[in-house]
Design a protein around this ligand. Structure first.
Ligand code: FES
Ligand SMILES: [Fe+2]
Length: 376
Protein backbone atom coordinates (compact mmCIF):
# COMPACT_ATOMS: atom_id res chain seq x y z
CA UNK A 1 0.00 0.00 0.00
CA UNK A 2 1.30 3.45 -0.85
CA UNK A 3 0.61 6.02 1.86
CA UNK A 4 0.03 9.72 1.12
CA UNK A 5 3.34 11.56 1.21
CA UNK A 6 2.97 15.18 0.05
CA UNK A 7 6.11 17.34 -0.35
CA UNK A 8 4.97 19.49 2.58
CA UNK A 9 6.11 16.59 4.79
CA UNK A 10 9.62 17.84 4.01
CA UNK A 11 8.98 21.54 4.59
CA UNK A 12 6.27 22.02 7.21
CA UNK A 13 7.17 23.04 10.75
CA UNK A 14 3.79 21.74 11.84
CA UNK A 15 4.49 18.33 10.34
CA UNK A 16 7.89 18.16 12.01
CA UNK A 17 6.21 18.90 15.35
CA UNK A 18 3.80 16.05 14.70
CA UNK A 19 6.75 13.76 13.94
CA UNK A 20 8.37 14.85 17.20
CA UNK A 21 5.18 14.19 19.12
CA UNK A 22 4.28 10.84 17.57
CA UNK A 23 7.57 9.38 16.36
CA UNK A 24 10.62 10.80 18.17
CA UNK A 25 8.93 11.30 21.54
CA UNK A 26 7.37 7.83 21.42
CA UNK A 27 10.32 5.81 20.11
CA UNK A 28 13.58 4.56 21.51
CA UNK A 29 16.29 6.95 20.35
CA UNK A 30 20.02 6.30 20.36
CA UNK A 31 21.43 9.41 22.04
CA UNK A 32 24.91 8.87 23.49
CA UNK A 33 27.75 6.42 23.99
CA UNK A 34 27.59 4.69 27.40
CA UNK A 35 31.27 5.37 27.99
CA UNK A 36 30.56 9.11 27.94
CA UNK A 37 29.19 8.65 31.46
CA UNK A 38 31.41 5.88 32.76
CA UNK A 39 31.98 7.24 36.30
CA UNK A 40 29.39 7.64 39.07
CA UNK A 41 27.92 11.13 38.92
CA UNK A 42 29.07 11.78 35.37
CA UNK A 43 26.42 13.18 33.07
CA UNK A 44 25.80 14.14 29.46
CA UNK A 45 23.06 16.34 28.07
CA UNK A 46 21.18 15.06 25.05
CA UNK A 47 18.14 15.91 22.96
CA UNK A 48 15.24 13.52 22.41
CA UNK A 49 12.56 14.92 20.16
CA UNK A 50 12.03 18.47 21.40
CA UNK A 51 13.21 17.69 24.92
CA UNK A 52 16.46 18.38 26.75
CA UNK A 53 17.60 15.47 28.93
CA UNK A 54 20.34 14.81 31.46
CA UNK A 55 21.71 11.27 31.39
CA UNK A 56 23.52 10.56 34.64
CA UNK A 57 25.34 7.49 35.93
CA UNK A 58 24.34 6.63 39.49
CA UNK A 59 26.76 5.11 42.04
CA UNK A 60 25.12 1.69 41.49
CA UNK A 61 26.01 1.86 37.77
CA UNK A 62 22.46 2.43 36.58
CA UNK A 63 21.69 5.35 34.28
CA UNK A 64 18.86 7.81 34.89
CA UNK A 65 17.37 9.97 32.15
CA UNK A 66 16.13 13.19 33.78
CA UNK A 67 14.20 15.92 32.01
CA UNK A 68 16.44 18.98 32.33
CA UNK A 69 13.77 21.24 33.85
CA UNK A 70 13.55 22.31 37.49
CA UNK A 71 10.27 21.35 39.15
CA UNK A 72 10.12 24.68 40.95
CA UNK A 73 9.58 27.29 38.26
CA UNK A 74 10.88 25.52 35.21
CA UNK A 75 14.43 26.80 34.83
CA UNK A 76 16.83 24.72 32.80
CA UNK A 77 18.77 22.90 35.49
CA UNK A 78 22.00 22.27 33.72
CA UNK A 79 23.55 24.28 30.88
CA UNK A 80 26.80 22.29 30.54
CA UNK A 81 27.07 19.73 27.74
CA UNK A 82 28.60 17.15 30.04
CA UNK A 83 30.36 16.96 33.37
CA UNK A 84 30.23 15.55 36.84
CA UNK A 85 27.66 15.94 39.62
CA UNK A 86 28.70 15.27 43.22
CA UNK A 87 25.61 13.67 44.71
CA UNK A 88 22.98 16.11 43.64
CA UNK A 89 21.85 18.52 40.97
CA UNK A 90 21.24 22.02 42.29
CA UNK A 91 19.15 24.54 40.39
CA UNK A 92 21.03 27.83 40.39
CA UNK A 93 17.82 29.92 40.40
CA UNK A 94 16.35 29.35 43.91
CA UNK A 95 18.56 26.51 45.03
CA UNK A 96 16.32 23.45 44.85
CA UNK A 97 18.44 20.27 44.90
CA UNK A 98 17.62 16.90 43.43
CA UNK A 99 19.43 13.60 43.92
CA UNK A 100 20.58 11.52 40.94
CA UNK A 101 17.20 9.75 40.89
CA UNK A 102 15.60 13.16 40.39
CA UNK A 103 14.05 13.33 43.87
CA UNK A 104 13.87 16.70 45.59
CA UNK A 105 16.22 16.56 48.58
CA UNK A 106 16.66 20.17 49.64
CA UNK A 107 15.24 23.63 49.05
CA UNK A 108 15.59 26.93 50.88
CA UNK A 109 13.04 27.07 53.76
CA UNK A 110 11.77 23.60 52.83
CA UNK A 111 10.31 23.13 56.35
CA UNK A 112 8.07 26.18 55.74
CA UNK A 113 6.79 24.90 52.38
CA UNK A 114 3.70 22.73 51.89
CA UNK A 115 4.41 18.99 52.32
CA UNK A 116 3.63 18.23 48.66
CA UNK A 117 6.71 20.27 47.69
CA UNK A 118 8.79 17.18 48.48
CA UNK A 119 6.92 15.27 45.80
CA UNK A 120 8.11 17.56 43.05
CA UNK A 121 10.60 15.11 41.58
CA UNK A 122 12.20 15.66 38.20
CA UNK A 123 10.37 14.11 35.27
CA UNK A 124 12.18 11.10 33.82
CA UNK A 125 12.40 9.11 30.61
CA UNK A 126 13.00 5.41 30.10
CA UNK A 127 16.60 4.48 29.41
CA UNK A 128 18.29 1.37 28.02
CA UNK A 129 21.84 0.37 27.07
CA UNK A 130 22.48 -1.65 23.94
CA UNK A 131 25.71 -2.20 21.94
CA UNK A 132 27.44 0.35 24.16
CA UNK A 133 24.94 3.10 23.37
CA UNK A 134 22.38 4.78 25.61
CA UNK A 135 18.84 4.82 24.26
CA UNK A 136 15.99 6.84 25.74
CA UNK A 137 12.24 6.80 25.31
CA UNK A 138 10.08 9.68 26.53
CA UNK A 139 6.97 7.52 26.47
CA UNK A 140 6.48 6.02 29.96
CA UNK A 141 4.31 3.29 28.43
CA UNK A 142 6.77 2.32 25.69
CA UNK A 143 7.61 -1.35 25.35
CA UNK A 144 11.26 -2.44 25.78
CA UNK A 145 13.87 -1.34 23.22
CA UNK A 146 14.11 -4.82 21.69
CA UNK A 147 10.40 -4.68 20.81
CA UNK A 148 11.25 -1.76 18.54
CA UNK A 149 14.53 -2.92 16.99
CA UNK A 150 14.23 -6.72 17.28
CA UNK A 151 11.95 -7.12 14.24
CA UNK A 152 14.25 -4.88 12.17
CA UNK A 153 17.32 -6.92 13.19
CA UNK A 154 15.44 -10.14 12.51
CA UNK A 155 14.33 -8.96 9.08
CA UNK A 156 17.79 -7.78 8.10
CA UNK A 157 20.01 -10.51 9.59
CA UNK A 158 17.68 -13.41 10.29
CA UNK A 159 18.50 -13.11 14.00
CA UNK A 160 18.99 -10.37 16.58
CA UNK A 161 22.53 -11.27 17.75
CA UNK A 162 24.64 -10.08 14.84
CA UNK A 163 25.69 -6.75 16.43
CA UNK A 164 26.89 -8.74 19.46
CA UNK A 165 29.47 -10.57 17.33
CA UNK A 166 31.27 -7.30 16.77
CA UNK A 167 31.61 -6.76 20.54
CA UNK A 168 30.18 -3.26 20.20
CA UNK A 169 29.98 -2.70 23.98
CA UNK A 170 33.77 -2.95 24.25
CA UNK A 171 34.62 -0.78 21.27
CA UNK A 172 35.74 2.81 21.65
CA UNK A 173 35.03 5.88 19.58
CA UNK A 174 38.18 6.55 17.55
CA UNK A 175 36.65 9.31 15.43
CA UNK A 176 33.49 11.40 15.42
CA UNK A 177 32.23 13.80 12.77
CA UNK A 178 29.04 15.87 12.98
CA UNK A 179 27.44 16.97 9.71
CA UNK A 180 24.85 19.74 9.45
CA UNK A 181 22.79 18.94 6.36
CA UNK A 182 20.33 21.29 4.66
CA UNK A 183 17.61 18.69 4.16
CA UNK A 184 14.68 17.15 6.01
CA UNK A 185 15.61 14.13 8.14
CA UNK A 186 13.34 11.87 6.05
CA UNK A 187 15.13 12.81 2.83
CA UNK A 188 18.36 11.67 4.48
CA UNK A 189 16.79 8.53 5.84
CA UNK A 190 15.20 7.69 2.50
CA UNK A 191 18.55 8.20 0.81
CA UNK A 192 20.06 5.56 3.06
CA UNK A 193 17.11 3.23 2.33
CA UNK A 194 18.30 2.70 -1.24
CA UNK A 195 21.44 2.07 -3.25
CA UNK A 196 19.97 2.88 -6.66
CA UNK A 197 22.05 6.06 -6.50
CA UNK A 198 25.27 4.18 -5.60
CA UNK A 199 26.59 3.47 -9.13
CA UNK A 200 26.01 7.11 -10.09
CA UNK A 201 26.99 8.90 -6.91
CA UNK A 202 29.54 6.72 -5.12
CA UNK A 203 32.52 5.61 -7.25
CA UNK A 204 34.69 5.28 -4.14
CA UNK A 205 32.47 2.87 -2.22
CA UNK A 206 31.59 0.89 -5.39
CA UNK A 207 35.33 0.33 -5.85
CA UNK A 208 35.45 -1.39 -2.44
CA UNK A 209 31.98 -3.03 -2.54
CA UNK A 210 31.49 -3.84 -6.24
CA UNK A 211 28.05 -5.42 -5.68
CA UNK A 212 26.72 -1.92 -4.98
CA UNK A 213 27.05 -1.23 -8.72
CA UNK A 214 23.88 -3.33 -9.07
CA UNK A 215 21.89 -0.64 -7.28
CA UNK A 216 21.35 -2.91 -4.28
CA UNK A 217 23.28 -2.33 -1.06
CA UNK A 218 22.88 -4.17 2.21
CA UNK A 219 20.01 -2.32 3.85
CA UNK A 220 17.65 -3.22 1.04
CA UNK A 221 17.53 -5.73 -1.73
CA UNK A 222 15.30 -8.14 -3.57
CA UNK A 223 12.81 -9.72 -1.16
CA UNK A 224 14.06 -12.78 0.64
CA UNK A 225 14.14 -14.33 4.10
CA UNK A 226 17.11 -12.17 4.97
CA UNK A 227 19.57 -9.90 3.24
CA UNK A 228 23.17 -10.83 2.63
CA UNK A 229 26.11 -8.58 3.37
CA UNK A 230 28.33 -7.11 0.66
CA UNK A 231 31.70 -8.70 -0.10
CA UNK A 232 34.85 -6.62 -0.33
CA UNK A 233 36.36 -6.33 -3.80
CA UNK A 234 38.92 -9.02 -4.65
CA UNK A 235 41.76 -6.52 -4.45
CA UNK A 236 40.57 -4.95 -1.18
CA UNK A 237 41.53 -6.17 2.26
CA UNK A 238 39.57 -3.60 4.24
CA UNK A 239 36.67 -1.17 4.12
CA UNK A 240 38.51 2.11 3.68
CA UNK A 241 39.36 4.61 0.98
CA UNK A 242 42.61 2.78 0.22
CA UNK A 243 41.01 -0.66 0.47
CA UNK A 244 43.25 -1.59 3.39
CA UNK A 245 42.05 -2.43 6.91
CA UNK A 246 42.66 0.05 9.72
CA UNK A 247 42.89 -2.65 12.38
CA UNK A 248 42.86 -6.44 12.85
CA UNK A 249 39.51 -8.18 12.44
CA UNK A 250 37.40 -7.85 15.59
CA UNK A 251 37.63 -10.95 17.81
CA UNK A 252 34.02 -12.18 17.52
CA UNK A 253 33.59 -11.79 13.77
CA UNK A 254 32.83 -15.24 12.27
CA UNK A 255 34.89 -16.48 9.29
CA UNK A 256 32.01 -15.92 6.84
CA UNK A 257 31.98 -12.21 7.74
CA UNK A 258 35.73 -11.58 7.59
CA UNK A 259 35.38 -9.92 4.18
CA UNK A 260 31.78 -8.76 4.50
CA UNK A 261 30.10 -5.42 5.07
CA UNK A 262 26.71 -5.30 6.77
CA UNK A 263 24.47 -2.27 7.14
CA UNK A 264 21.14 -1.76 8.86
CA UNK A 265 18.74 1.10 9.47
CA UNK A 266 17.07 1.09 12.87
CA UNK A 267 14.10 3.40 12.53
CA UNK A 268 13.73 6.22 13.33
CA UNK A 269 17.21 7.61 13.93
CA UNK A 270 20.07 5.13 13.51
CA UNK A 271 22.20 3.73 10.70
CA UNK A 272 24.74 1.06 11.70
CA UNK A 273 27.54 -0.43 9.61
CA UNK A 274 29.35 -3.60 10.68
CA UNK A 275 32.75 -4.04 9.10
CA UNK A 276 35.30 -6.75 9.99
CA UNK A 277 37.64 -4.34 11.79
CA UNK A 278 35.23 -1.66 13.04
CA UNK A 279 31.66 -0.49 13.50
CA UNK A 280 30.16 2.81 12.40
CA UNK A 281 27.11 4.43 13.96
CA UNK A 282 25.29 7.32 12.33
CA UNK A 283 22.55 9.10 14.30
CA UNK A 284 20.08 11.56 12.79
CA UNK A 285 18.60 14.49 14.71
CA UNK A 286 16.01 16.72 13.05
CA UNK A 287 16.90 20.36 13.74
CA UNK A 288 14.33 22.08 11.51
CA UNK A 289 12.08 20.95 8.63
CA UNK A 290 14.95 21.59 6.24
CA UNK A 291 17.92 20.85 8.51
CA UNK A 292 19.29 17.66 10.05
CA UNK A 293 22.28 16.98 12.25
CA UNK A 294 24.11 13.72 11.60
CA UNK A 295 26.51 12.47 14.26
CA UNK A 296 28.83 9.78 12.95
CA UNK A 297 31.10 7.68 15.14
CA UNK A 298 33.71 5.13 14.13
CA UNK A 299 34.25 2.47 16.79
CA UNK A 300 37.40 0.37 17.05
CA UNK A 301 38.79 -2.19 19.47
CA UNK A 302 40.66 -0.48 22.33
CA UNK A 303 43.79 -2.56 21.66
CA UNK A 304 43.82 -1.48 18.02
CA UNK A 305 43.51 2.16 19.07
CA UNK A 306 46.54 1.77 21.35
CA UNK A 307 48.66 0.18 18.61
CA UNK A 308 51.44 2.54 17.48
CA UNK A 309 50.61 4.04 14.10
CA UNK A 310 46.88 3.34 14.36
CA UNK A 311 44.66 5.82 12.55
CA UNK A 312 40.92 5.61 11.84
CA UNK A 313 41.21 8.23 9.11
CA UNK A 314 41.49 5.97 6.04
CA UNK A 315 38.43 3.94 7.10
CA UNK A 316 36.49 7.04 8.11
CA UNK A 317 37.38 8.76 4.83
CA UNK A 318 35.43 6.20 2.80
CA UNK A 319 32.21 6.84 4.74
CA UNK A 320 32.95 10.55 4.93
CA UNK A 321 33.33 11.00 1.17
CA UNK A 322 30.26 8.85 0.56
CA UNK A 323 28.18 10.66 3.17
CA UNK A 324 29.11 14.05 1.72
CA UNK A 325 27.99 12.82 -1.71
CA UNK A 326 24.73 11.64 -0.14
CA UNK A 327 24.12 14.87 1.71
CA UNK A 328 24.74 16.95 -1.38
CA UNK A 329 22.10 14.88 -3.21
CA UNK A 330 19.70 15.24 -0.27
CA UNK A 331 20.07 19.01 -0.39
CA UNK A 332 19.25 18.90 -4.12
CA UNK A 333 16.00 17.11 -3.31
CA UNK A 334 15.17 19.47 -0.44
CA UNK A 335 15.77 22.40 -2.77
CA UNK A 336 13.03 21.13 -5.10
CA UNK A 337 10.39 20.31 -2.49
CA UNK A 338 8.76 23.75 -2.64
CA UNK A 339 8.13 23.49 -6.39
CA UNK A 340 4.62 22.62 -7.57
CA UNK A 341 6.30 20.23 -10.02
CA UNK A 342 7.94 18.17 -7.27
CA UNK A 343 6.96 14.51 -7.49
CA UNK A 344 8.60 11.11 -7.18
CA UNK A 345 8.89 7.84 -9.05
CA UNK A 346 10.29 4.78 -7.24
CA UNK A 347 12.19 1.94 -8.86
CA UNK A 348 12.15 -1.58 -7.35
CA UNK A 349 15.56 -0.81 -5.78
CA UNK A 350 13.85 1.81 -3.63
CA UNK A 351 11.15 -0.35 -2.06
CA UNK A 352 12.51 0.15 1.46
CA UNK A 353 11.55 3.82 1.20
CA UNK A 354 7.94 2.74 0.93
CA UNK A 355 8.33 0.46 3.96
CA UNK A 356 9.81 3.36 5.93
CA UNK A 357 6.93 5.62 4.90
CA UNK A 358 4.41 3.00 5.89
CA UNK A 359 6.08 2.69 9.32
CA UNK A 360 6.16 6.47 9.81
CA UNK A 361 2.64 6.94 8.57
CA UNK A 362 1.24 4.35 10.96
CA UNK A 363 2.80 6.24 13.84
CA UNK A 364 1.64 9.63 12.64
CA UNK A 365 -1.90 8.80 11.66
CA UNK A 366 -2.91 5.43 13.15
CA UNK A 367 -6.58 5.59 14.07
CA UNK A 368 -6.99 9.08 12.66
CA UNK A 369 -8.60 10.28 9.47
CA UNK A 370 -5.79 11.41 7.18
CA UNK A 371 -7.76 14.45 6.02
CA UNK A 372 -8.43 15.77 9.50
CA UNK A 373 -5.08 14.72 11.01
CA UNK A 374 -2.66 15.98 8.37
CA UNK A 375 -1.28 19.40 9.28
CA UNK A 376 0.39 19.84 5.93
S1 FES B 1 13.41 27.42 39.13
FE1 FES B 1 14.76 25.99 40.00
S2 FES B 1 14.85 26.48 42.06
FE2 FES B 1 13.46 27.92 41.27
FE1 LIG C 1 24.54 6.95 -0.72
Amino acid sequence: MTVPWPPTYYTSEKHLNLEHERIFEKSWLCVARSSQIADPGSFVRVRAGREDLILVRKPDGQVRALINICRHRGATLCMEKQGQFKNSIRCPYHGWSFNLDGHLTAAPFLHELPPETKERHLFTAQVAEWIGYLWVNLDPLAKPLMDQIGPLLQHRFGDTDVPGRYGCEDLQVAKEVTYEVGANWKILYENFCECYHCPTMHPEICQILPSWRTGYGTVSGPDGPKLEGSLLADDATGFSLSGKPAAPTLPGVPPEDERTFHGILLWPNVHLMFIPDHVMCMRFEPVAPDRTRVITQWLFHPEAILTPGFSPDDAAALVDVTAREDFEACERVQNATTSSYFEEFHTPHESLILDFRQWAHERLYAGLQQESASPA
